[in-house]
Design a protein around this ligand. Sequence first.
Ligand SMILES: [Zn+2]
Length: 414
Amino acid sequence: MMSDVVARTVMERCDILARYSEDTDCLTRRFATVPMRQVNDVVAAWMLAAGMTVHRDHIGNIIGRYEAQEADARTMLFGSHLDTVCAAGKYDGILGVLVPLACVERLHEQGRRLPFAIEILGFADEEGVRYHTAYLGSQAVAGTFDSAALQFTDDDGISMAEAIRLFGGQPDPVLLQTARWQRDGLLGYCEVHIEQGPVLEAQDLPVGVVSSISGQHRYMLHFSGQAGHAGTVPMNMRHDALCAASEYILSVESLARKTAGLVATVGKLQVLPGASNVIPGHVSASLDVRHQDDMVLARACADLREQALKVGLERGIAVDWQLVQQDKTIFCAPHLSSFVARAIEAEGLPVYTLASGAGHDAVVLSDLTDVAMLFVRCKGGISHHADESVRTEDVAVSIRVVERFLDHLCSMGG
Ligand SMILES: [Zn+2]
């Protein structure tokens, strides 16, 4: 089938883009770095060859536009991010640019224009590795970029403003907002992304429709007890901050296990003073809590806070609870999702709908326009790792689904 050939090209392009890395032995491509510029140049060349006009905005997004039949038509946005985490896989984000690009290439080959324009956005930053602020690229497009971030510095002391300048943009709050789209001109935003979880593989399905992107709360907890000599302080006189944190972490797991759909993770611990012969006096712990129902999420977080204070009280440990980040659940637009679902059905596949537990650019774009997402199965649910893997056949399905999605949009008159 034609789409198999096209899918092989997409896979080869993923391999090509994976060569542009800050590290020689693994794939790392952070915001506004030299490899990011190289990837932008390569993608821009592919976009131009597909009959698109291409420009780069000030934050560093690469944007290709395929014009409509009529000049004043509305625009359907596609896209995802071209930056990666450290030691990343080849498909996270990248597929969301290359799959719709493959569809535009086929339109161009057929000399076909649609009743609406298509724009493909390759976002400059979603992972937030360099400045610990995710979604810089999509925020510029959605008009929610906070220019206070321009003062942030990376590990080498380079400010974001300087990084943008070196990358060829102007770090001017007004110019950065020129990337902003106006709601009226848009039909919506559709993002193709690897699932990053094991559900589609367990269902034996190549693709799935995303219903919502789960809300998430992130906290930092500080347990402050009393450091002391590991040999001289009797067990019944200790205020061991790590023992308190450990008891608490197991209670987090227990609450998440008995609450349907809730996931809660303590992924980072700092133990002080951190010596084998000293009772831990202080522990900092991260807490990440997610659920697709904001009410359930809020209740769970309130319970988890109460539990932390209770453990502290019982053990004579002071507990400080700080909110770091709070994102609401966003819902994909039913009409766009139904076009995705019908496209999957037309492929002779069952329509499987799932919530995304991971955040995506679609979260930010949902402030601007209606959004839809198509998930592609990935091997073992593994992502953010060199073992990240997708099948060529599944990519072929995703290409055909996006083509049919475009046909449905056409039949709705754009
Ligand atoms: Zn991603």
